[in-house]
Design a protein. Sequence first.
Length: 80
Amino acid sequence: MKTAVSVPDEVFAKADRLARSMGKSRSEVYSAALREYVGRHASDEVVDAVNRVMEDLGEASAPHGFVRRAARRRLESADW
């Protein structure tokens, strides 16, 4: 999809230099950056999906006590 966005001159210049040094187009650099940004900020969706699976499996299949709490803390703190 083609779109127009405004970015600060400094960011544009850095992205342009990066694109040239990598032999890629600015569009490729911006797309990769947005993909990474969205991926990092969509971690709540991953945690929610894991929680739904655990609920669907039920308590009999779920890890107990400490392991469950440790796994949840690890998932919540991970960079997705």
